[in-house]
Ligand binder design. Structure first.
Ligand code: PAF
Length: 288
């Protein structure tokens, strides 16, 4: 497995692979890898001849009061995990390599970033879209694999790729969950024992939402109220948002009559967690 830190070197390597007719898959990450990331990599491995993973904690997607400095990092462990699933290259640039002194160009995806995390984390998706556009230009992948736990991020990147005619297929993968259903996230590591129990309310509230839907409920407000009350009945939870949106436009809807997604952002203790579920899709009953 190669480790590359310089963008130009990564580009040259990808040019050579492409010239030889190799198909490149790419999994962008911020490191501190977990089974969810490894599943994205396994998917990337299965659809390509060459698998590139980036590990880069992207400063432009963190707000001034967010956890950039204390974002968990463990490169040695990440390196071993990447090797274990057959990654060919880790691209791990420094912040200066990605954002040199004169850097001043950003990518702003408009409509789909306005709601949800776009409201509570201003500038977040601009940072995500910018770094992904840069990474796509550096890694030159045929396909890039994203997890749908960050559903709005997945929709944003898919929109960007389409709008800018980027020659990369955006592949979305279902959320990987812990055995009890909690969505895997590098941030789960911050949860204290009692908070970990409360964190499960996110997943369980999605089961509740799907159950209401299965019984015929289509009014978003009714489902949102029930879900919010359920989450709030757990200690140390503070809801940022519970919303039901159109799964393509990411706009709030009153009735679920097409593809509707319920999206949650909840602070559990000091840790902000997100989760979501597209109504009608399978949501396995973990831990029961
Ligand atoms: O999902 C993430 O880990 C990040 O937002 C991404 C896509 C690697 C961009 O920094």
């Amino acid at each position: 497995m190669e480790i590359i830190a310089v963008a130009r070197e990564m580009q040259r390597r990808s040019d050579l692979k492409r010239m030889k007719g190799k198909r490149i898959a790419f999994v962008p990450t911020m490191g501190y890898l977990h089974e969810g990331h490894l599943n994205l990599m396994r998917e990337g491995r299965s659809i390509s001849d060459d698998l590139v993973v980036s590990i880069f904690v992207n400063p432009t997607q963190f707000g001034p009061n967010e956890d950039l400095a204390k974002y968990p990092r463990d490169f040695e462990r990440d390196r071993r995990l990447c090797e274990s699933v057959g990654v060919d290259v880790i691209f791990t640039p420094s912040p200066e390599e990605m954002y040199p002194l004169l850097f001043q160009t950003y990518v702003s995806v408009e409509g789909v970033t306005k709601n949800l995390c776009g409201l509570s984390r201003p500038g977040h998706f601009r940072g995500v879209a910018t770094v992904c556009a840069k990474l796509f230009n550096i890694v030159k992948p045929h396909a890039a694999v994203f997890g749908k736990k960050d559903f709005q991020q997945f929709v944003t990147i898919r929109r960007m790729a389409e709008d800018l005619n980027l020659d990369v297929e955006i592949v979305g993968m279902t959320t990987t969950r812990e055995p009890d259903g909690l969505a895997m996230s590098s941030r789960n590591t911050y949860l204290k024992t009692e908070e970990r129990k409360s964190a499960l309310s996110l997943y369980r509230s999605l089961l509740l939402a799907q159950d209401l839907y299965d019984k015929g409920e289509r009014r978003a407000a009714v489902i949102i109220d029930r879900v919010a009350a359920f989450i709030e009945s757990h200690p140390a939870t503070a809801i940022d948002y519970v919303k039901i949106c159109d799964a393509a436009a990411m706009e709030d809807i009153e009735f679920i009559d097409g593809d509707g997604v319920i999206a949650l952002a909840v602070k559990v203790g000091a840790t902000r967690l997100i989760d979501n579920h597209v109504f009608g899709e399978t949501l396995p009953a973990y831990g029961s």
